[in-house]
Design a protein around this ligand. Sequence first.
Ligand SMILES: NC(=O)c1ccc[n+]([C@@H]2O[C@H](COP(=O)([O-])OP(=O)(O)OC[C@H]3O[C@@H](n4cnc5c(N)ncnc54)[C@H](O)[C@@H]3O)[C@@H](O)[C@H]2O)c1
Length: 324
Amino acid sequence: MSTVEKVLVTGAGGFIAGHLISQIHQRWGTAHIVALDRKPTNLWSQLHPYCSIVIEDLTSQSNRQIVEDFDVVFHLAADAGGMPFISTNNYNCMKDIASTQLIIDSALAGTIGKIVFTSSACVYPESRQGDSPTPLQELSALPAEPDSGYGWAKLYCERMGNYAKFESGIKFRSARLFNVYGTMCSTGEPREKAPAAIARKILHSQHLGLNSTTLLGTGKEVRSFLHVSDCTEGLLRLAEDSSNISAINFASLDCITVNELAEMIALICNYKGTFQFNSRHTGVSTRIPCIKLAKKALNWSPSKPLNDGLNELVSYIRSTIRNT
Ligand SMILES: NC(=O)c1ccc[n+]([C@@H]2O[C@H](COP(=O)([O-])OP(=O)(O)OC[C@H]3O[C@@H](n4cnc5c(N)ncnc54)[C@H](O)[C@@H]3O)[C@@H](O)[C@H]2O)c1
């Protein structure tokens, strides 16, 4: 890849972007990084002294000039969260289409070199994630049947970007992320994801001496969890890659039930209590990723063992509780 001089990271105040920006700085040392988010910096997950900061809402079409003139745009800005959030904010999630259109229009005007768009496992059809699940290869996203407005919006944005790519030659890549976890993530309802929510609830029960903890879902949902360092490595490799990938999965292949995840976290916390499940916000039942394309095209596979990542997460959640 030719030298990257100027990079835009949208959603820069969020969980994944905070980690991504550090990795961009390490990897592409001299690149000027512009970090954009709509929320004020006191709410950002991380602040990096080497970035220029822009506070803007990308859903406003008048903002076109602020996304112009970049070699690479990592487009992470989205209304995102765990099941409690996306299952009750379908319309808000779908409004994110406007910000992706803004970025694509800038690329069409010739002012962006490449777009790396963070899509999601939620684009895959619900029927492939039920009682007879099949590994989710990239091509199996169609025919479309996502289970949420969030998934429909991601799929629509992928499609928009691909049409612009095929018809006008822009470089648009979609990274389909499967359950990313790690330190500096959202904590507290409704946006926190399962690993953080489970750790927080277990630590809370432990603090109060409760011998039972109530978690969302049925406990039987099957998922895999990708450490944020593996995710950001995938995003960088996708940006550096010169082939013509449209969409690519980044996921861990270690599939476990939510109950098993809770037991792993309980062991790390030394919590001896039991779990009750409140079956609100369950999501699809069994999500099995396929990462053959990432292995073949980018020589990427996850390297962080789940137990190591969960140990870091528990320490982080413990520190957020201590500081409140
Ligand atoms: N975390 C995961 O497990 C996961 C899984 C699949 C996909 N993704 C995708 O990865 C991206 C980052 O996820 P995250 O977990 O870091 O989410 P996050 O909520 O921590 O970060 C998203 C950031 O985008 C900002 N934002 C939202 N709308 C905006 C707008 N219109 N203009 C400017 N900023 C805006 C938010 O303020 C927030 O800081 C998102 O696109 C998400 O959909 C995440």
